[in-house]
Design a protein around this ligand. Structure first.
Ligand code: NDP
Length: 289
């Protein structure tokens, strides 16, 4: 079994971006990070994004509206960022408070600044295999992890567990694309799937993105499979100072011995998501130049 080291692969990508940004003439790429309220996970995600941006030489603008912001006020804030020529990329950290329609917010971000890749136009471009768009960061990060780990999906059966707009659907579309590294046969499973384990057992590459700790057990995995664990779940753990530990959707200790390659949690897909956000921001600046 080989561990796919997301930290190492993300660090290589960040180093490449640093070199590219240093060589860019004129204004450096700028990302606006919008975080509504003080959700602890969002606070730590935005901090990490700010730190990585600085490491690469990107400018970041942090905007922290209160949790009481109305949808109209948030739209006005986004309209200002959309119109600002010094802002290349905009990220609105999810989850947003319940009174705000998240998909409407994703749609409000100008497509050419939508470095998170959730705008309708950019999701459509993934389906159309149009590379001028922005691919959502976690699915793009999964594809990059596979490519840099020497996993060619051509002709492989990829089973995706989960059909969210953020992970499951776009990663399935990417694996399906008719291009080098992709060309997989793809099955997507969800909560209404019948006889789930009979399907997951057929997977050459199993991508788990359902948000349930230790859901994927050894009986669900074909020996020799590549397993990508996207899940980030907080599980109570009194031995930790924080009172919890992070675990994936895969019962790692029991499943790993069966696999040819597997990602750990943390240290697998997570670091790639941040790196791909930076890559998209550099691309946004390049496309504008
Ligand atoms: P969602 O909750 O939006 O989607 C979960 C999906 O899993 C749904 O399609 C749901 O089915 C399906 N599902 C839930 N329970 C079952 C079940 N028992 N059997 C089969 N399918 C099931 O989650 P996300 O896609 O946003 O996130 C998934 C996980 O990935 C989470 O742990 C999240 O924290 C993590 N994540 C990690 C990121 C990273 O950077 N590493 C980034 C984004 C997410 P249905 O559609 O029928 O409800």
């Amino acid at each position: 079994m080989e561990l796919i080291d997301g930290n190492q692969i993300a660090a290589a990508l960040i180093a490449e971006l640093k070199t590219e940004v240093a060589a860019m003439p004129g204004r450096k790429p700028c990302i606006a990070l919008v975080r509504v309220g003080e959700d602890p996970a969002s606070v730590s995600y935005v901090k990490k994004k700010e730190k990585t941006a600085a490491e690469i030489g990107l400018i970041s603008r942090i905007i922290l509206p209160p949790i009481t912001i109305s949808q109209a006020e948030l739209f006005a804030l986004l309209d200002d960022l959309n119109a600002d020529p010094t802002v290349d990329g905009i990220l609105v950290q999810s989850p947003l408070p319940k009174h705000i329609d998240e998909v409407a917010v994703f749609r409000r971000v100008a497509p050419e600044k939508d470095v998170d890749g959730f705008n309708t136009l950019n999701l459509g471009k993934v389906a159309q295999e149009d590379e001028t768009g922005f691919v959502a960061c976690t699915p793009a990060g999964i594809m990059e992890l596979l490519a840099r780990s020497g996993v060619d999906l051509k002709g492989k059966h990829v089973v995706v567990l989960g059909r969210s707009l953020i992970v499951g659907k776009p990663v399935a579309l990417l694996a399906l694309q008719k291009k080098a590294g992709a060309n997989a046969t793809v099955t997507i499973c969800h909560s209404a799937t019948v006889n789930l384990s009979a399907i997951t057992r057929q997977a050459d590459v199993l991508i788990a993105a359902i948000g349930r700790p230790d859901f994927v057990t050894p009986d669900m995995v074909k020996p020799g499979a590549v397993v990508i664990d996207v899940g980030i779940n907080r599980v109570a753990d009194v031995s930790k100072k924080t009172g919890y530990r992070l675990t994936g959707d895969v019962a790692f200790d029991r499943v790993a011995p069966l696999c040819s390659k597997i990602t750990p949690v943390p240290g697998g897909v997570g670091p790639m998501t941040v790196a791909m956000l930076m890559k998209n921001t550099v691309k946004a600046r390049r496309l504008k130049a």
